[in-house]
Write a protein that binds this ligand. Structure first.
Ligand SMILES: [Fe+2]
Length: 586
C-alpha cells in the first residue's frame, strides 16, 4: 500500500490564523488557533492547532509531504506594503514603522519560522492570497466547472478577483488591486459606525435592516462602481494607506456626522448608513457575479474571501438567477486560506484528485464521553447521563419554552460559525428568548437577530429558499405565515440567516431538531455560537463549563451528560462581569 500524501495548510500573521491537514486530498483536520489559545482572532503562528492536527492523524511534521502557506510573504511585504508607504511618504511613516517593527520579522521569515516551529525540511508552497481563497471555494464545491469570485480587504495586491475553475485547474482572470477594496470600504464604514474593524463587520450587516438607504448617493462618492464589475475608491475619503485609522474628517463631512464613539447609543442615522452600505455591497457583488458569468460562461459560481460572509449579498446573488447554483466556502475569511493553500498544493503540484463537495465543517478536535465524564467527576460537577439513543428527545423536551442550552458535541467547527457542535440553542417560537440570549448570555447589543437552524426538508416551507444552506451563509425571507410563529429568528425586515441541516451533515443535531419538530410541530430552533461577546467559540469541556457557569444558561449538554443550573450548589454561582473582563469586548 502506498504511503498517504499529507499536506499541511497554514494561514497566519494577519488575523484568524488556522491550519488544515489534508490526507490524499481529503480534509482530516481543520481549526483556528483562537480555539486553543483562547485569544479571539488570534493571528499568531498556529502552533497549538498544528499540534492537534498532527496528533489527530497520528503523524509528526516529518511525515508531511508539503506545507502550503496562504500567501506570498515577500510580494506582500516588499512590493505592496513598502511601495504603498513610500507612495504616501511622509504620511506613510506610521505604516512603515509598523511594517519594520512588527510585520518584517514575521512575514519575511515565514519559511524560517515554519521550519523552526515544525522541525520540517520538506517543500513549502506559496500560492497567492486570492488563489488560496479561490481554491478553498472551487475545489470544495464539487462543481466540475465554475466561475469564482473572491473579495476581501487585501492580500498581496489583489483585493477582488474573478477566476475560472475547471476540473483540477484554477485560474484567476481579473484582479482589482489595493487600495481599491470592497472589504476595506466595508471595514472603513464599520470603523465610522464605531465598531471594531476585522471583527464586527457582521454587526453592520445585522444593523442594516433597521435603516433606509438614505445615504446611498453620498456613498457613491466613496466608490466609482462600473457595470463591468470593476470599481475604484476615491482615496481622499480613506486614511488606511498611511494611518492607523480607516477614515478621517472627509468622510465625517460627507455624511454630516462624526465617527460614532464605540458603545455609544445607535441612532437612526447609523442604521441608515449601514443600510446604504449594504445596498452598495449588493450592487458591487451582483456586478461581479454578472462579469464572472460573462467571462467564464459557467453555470455555477463559487465565492470566498471575507466579503463572501455577507449573507445578504449572497442571498441576492442566488435569487438573481445569474447562476444555477452557488457554493460559498464556510471559512471564507483568512482562516479558509489554510484550506485553499493546501488544496492548491494538492492539485497544482501533486495533480491530485478532486475531493467531493464539502458538506460540513466538523473538522476540529473532539472530546470523547470518557474525557467529558472525567472532567465532570474531577470538578465535582453534578450531572445526569442520558442514554445516547434518548438524548435528542430528552434535550428537545428541555428546549421548549425559555430554557437556553449550551450544546457541546463531537468535533469543533472550522470557520466563524457554530453549526451544531458548539452551539447555544433555544426555542425560536419564544420572543423572550431573543432578549434573554442576547442580553443575559451573549452580553451583546439587542438589535442583532439570531440565526435559525431548520430541518432541510422543511426549509422551503418556512423560508423563501429553494435549496440547502448548510453553512448559515444565505439570507432569505421567513414566509409570511410563519413570521409570528418563529419571532426569535425573524429579523425586523422579515429575513432570516438560515442554516439547513440534514442527517449526513450532523446526525445528532439533526435528530435533536427532528425530535423537537415531532414534539412541537416546529422544525426551527435558535442556533448561536457557544461563547460570550469577545470570547472565541468554546473548544473544550472546561471552556464550555466556564461559559455556562458565568452566564444565565439553564442547561449544559456535554456529550451525553446534562448539567442543570438549578441543581448546582450555591458556591458555583459566578459573576458574569468577572468572566467578561477576561475577554476584549468587541
Ligand atoms: Fe483574505
Amino acid at each position: 500500500m502506498n504511503k498517504p500524501v499529507y499536506i499541511l495548510g497554514i494561514s497566519c500573521f494577519y488575523h484568524d490564523s488556522a491550519t488544515v491537514l489534508l490526507k490524499d486530498g481529503q480534509i482530516v483536520f481543520a481549526s483556528q488557533e483562537e480555539r486553543f489559545s483562547r485569544k479571539k482572532h488570534d493571528e499568531s503562528f498556529p502552533k497549538l492547532a498544528i499540534e492537534e492536527a498532527l496528533k489527530h492523524a497520528g503523524i509528526t511534521a516529518q511525515d508531511l509531504d508539503a506545507v502550503a502557506f496562504y500567501e506570498k510573504p515577500i510580494l506582500k511585504f516588499f512590493d505592496r506594503i513598502l511601495q504603498t508607504t513610500m507612495k504616501v511618504w511622509p504620511r506613510g511613516f506610521v505604516q512603515y514603522h509598523m511594517a519594520m517593527q512588527e510585520w518584517m520579522p514575521k512575514k519575511l521569515w515565514i519559511p524560517h519560522i515554519i521550519r523552526r516551529e515544525l522541525s520540517y525540511k520538506g517543500p513549502i508552497y506559496y500560492p497567492s492570497h486570492h488563489e488560496s481563497h479561490a481554491a478553498s471555494a472551487f475545489f470544495c464545491s464539487g462543481f466540475p466547472d465554475a466561475a469564482v469570485v473572491t473579495a476581501d480587504g487585501v492580500g498581496e495586491w489583489a483585493t477582488t478577483t474573478i477566476g475560472h475553475g475547471k476540473g483540477k485547474e484554477l485560474k484567476l482572470l481579473r484582479e482589482i488591486h489595493y487600495p481599491h477594496s470592497l472589504g476595506l470600504l466595508y471595514s472603513a464604514i464599520t470603523y465610522y459606525l464605531g465598531f471594531k474593524v476585522n471583527s464586527a463587520e457582521y454587526k453592520v450587516m445585522g444593523l442594516a435592516p433597521y435603516g433606509e438607504p438614505k445615504y446611498l448617493e453620498q456613498m457613491r462618492k466613496l466608490i466609482d462602481v462600473k457595470p463591468d464589475g470593476s470599481f475604484a475608491l476615491d482615496m481622499k475619503y480613506f486614511t488606511y494607506e498611511y494611518g492607523l485609522r480607516m477614515t478621517g474628517r472627509s468622510i465625517e463631512k460627507l455624511f454630516g456626522q462624526p465617527t460614532r464613539t464605540p458603545e455609544s447609543p445607535l441612532e437612526q442615522f447609523h442604521k441608515d448608513i449601514a443600510r446604504s452600505l449594504q445596498e452598495l455591497t449588493d450592487e458591487v457583488m451582483l456586478n461581479l457575479a454578472r462579469a464572472a458569468k460573462e467571462l467564464t460562461g459557467s453555470r455555477y459560481l463559487c465565492l470566498a474571501g471575507g466579503v463572501a460572509l455577507n449573507c445578504v449579498s449572497n442571498g441576492k446573488i442566488l435569487r438573481s438567477g445569474i447562476f444555477e447554483d452557488i457554493f460559498i466556502q464556510p471559512a471564507s475569511g483568512d482562516a479558509g486560506g489554510a484550506l485553499g493553500a493546501a488544496l492548491m498544493a494538492w492539485h497544482g503540484m501533486m495533480q491530485g484528485e478532486r475531493l467531493p463537495r464539502m458538506e460540513h465543517v466538523f473538522f476540529g478536535k473532539s472530546y470523547n464521553q470518557t474525557e467529558i465524564e472525567d472532567f465532570l467527576t474531577k470538578n465535582r460537577i453534578p450531572s445526569e447521563k442520558i442514554p445516547a439513543v434518548d438524548l435528542p428527545k430528552h434535550v428537545a423536551t428541555l428546549l421548549q419554552g425559555e430554557n437556553v442550552i449550551g450544546w457541546f458535541q463531537g468535533r469543533t467547527e472550522y470557520g466563524p460559525r457554530s453549526l451544531g457542535n458548539r452551539s447555544i440553542i433555544a426555542d425560536a417560537r419564544n420572543p423572550n428568548n431573543w432578549k434573554k440570549v442576547n442580553l443575559k448570555i451573549k452580553f451583546r447589543e439587542s438589535f442583532r437577530p439570531f440565526a435559525p437552524t431548520v430541518l432541510e426538508e422543511k426549509a422551503s416551507e418556512y423560508f423563501e429558499l429553494d435549496r440547502e444552506s448548510p453553512f448559515m451563509l444565505l439570507v432569505a425571507d421567513t414566509r409570511e405565515k410563519y413570521r409570528a410563529e418563529i419571532p426569535a429568528v425573524t429579523h425586523v425586515d422579515g429575513s432570516a440567516r438560515i442554516q439547513t441541516i440534514n442527517r449526513n451533515q450532523n446526525a445528532l443535531y439533526y435528530d435533536l431538531l427532528k425530535a423537537f419538530d415531532e414534539q412541537t410541530g416546529c422544525p426551527v430552533i435558535i442556533n448561536t455560537s457557544f461563547n460570550v461577546r469577545g470570547e472565541p467559540i468554546v473548544e473544550s469541556p472546561q471552556d464550555a463549563w466556564n461559559c455556562f457557569v458565568h452566564t444565565h444558561m439553564d442547561y449544559l449538554v456535554l456529550g451525553q451528560c446534562i448539567v442543570d443550573k438549578k441543581k448546582l450548589p450555591p458556591e458555583w454561582k459566578r459573576s458574569s462581569e468577572e468572566y467578561l473582563k477576561k475577554f476584549l469586548l468587541d
